[in-house]
Design a protein around this ligand. Sequence first.
Ligand code: GLU
Length: 429
Amino acid sequence: MNNPHENAVKQIDEVAALLAPLYPDKNRFDAAIARLKNPDQIIEGKLQITMDDGSTQEFQAYRSQHNNARGPYKGGIRFHPGVTKEEVMALSTWMTWKCAVTEIPYGGGKGGVVVDPRKLSSRELQELSRAFARLVADHVGPWVDVPAPDVNTTGEIMSWMVDEWQKVKIAKGESLQANPLATFTGKPLGLGGSEGREEATGLGGVFVLERLVAKLFSAKPKNEVRVAIQGFGNVGYWFAFHAHRLGYKVVAVSDSKGGIYADGGLDPVEVAEYKKQNGKLGSVKASVQTITNEALLELPVEIVVPSALENVITDQNAAQIKAKAIIEMANGPVTPEADQILEKNGVTVIADVLANAGGVTTSYFEWVQNLQGYYWKKEEVLAKLQPLMETAFDQMWELKTQTNQSARMATYMKAVKRVIDAMMLRGWV
Ligand code: GLU
């Protein structure tokens, strides 16, 4: 099994080799790279909660704060039985790059609790969320670290955390300086959330899709650009929705139970409606074939979009990928070994830290609105998102062309350089 933190460190070494010639002072550069290999701080502890049956259970929790040279730590909190310290460390490192890619003024952080939230009642889940907020209370805040949802965490969970964090601040007599709404993002609209946040990750990925298609498939009409999307949760659904709206042919979608494929294309809204009615993916409009999640990735399409789990494209299946491009909407769906195979086969991979940055970018807009106490319309939010995503893609593509590196390497070079430069400006190294 891959150690995700080792992967993150390996990536830093690869980028460092490419960036080194840009920095005449080798000692300062080496010191910056060394610092980036580990998080600044990890807060960890056991969350103790009383279960509905009266027993007590403990859940291991982490918050990794990787780097804040460009601004407060930023990143989600995941509730998942597979969470490990190394995974949280790696994910916090990737958040540092993600925020640097779209130039939003944050560093990187990530939290995790080792728990299967489906096994908890709503009351137990609330108690766990509040316990997490207490664990990190002294280490998060609008100018320090701004958490958000991630795998299995929701706006409702953020609301409980906002409330608990505020309680702690009141108990300590610190409530006058505290701004609870600007301390967590991804909140519901009724509690300081932002219009557009829900669809932002998927839509941000579609802005990237549009740019990529202009580079790779400009000769094809949009309805001949076939897209297969793994995952039909929030990210996959909104990616499918906007890709379809713009005229791309979404030929396959899937959820954890499996996928469907239609030669002539699917209407994501209709498929979602079908799923609501029948409890599984399907369509009354299109004639569909069922396919496995594995087969979906190997379909003869132009673009594959893994939007669910990590490590789904590995050295075992990378050679079977027929698509010309992959847009990583999940965090870490392509392993480093698979990356090498894909590169050899001429498959362009748009890295997660660019492709799915629309989520955290809209979290940034939410935070700005919370700090101002002045809220924007959805059109305004999405109109601000588009140029940030497009600029990030264009800058990456220009560097990729100049340096002849992969899209992933060009993205990392942009991001890591911005973080190193901020560390040098601060005189940290
Ligand atoms: N969890 C999301 C991510 O991985 C969003 C983070 C945020 O909004 O801070 O990008």
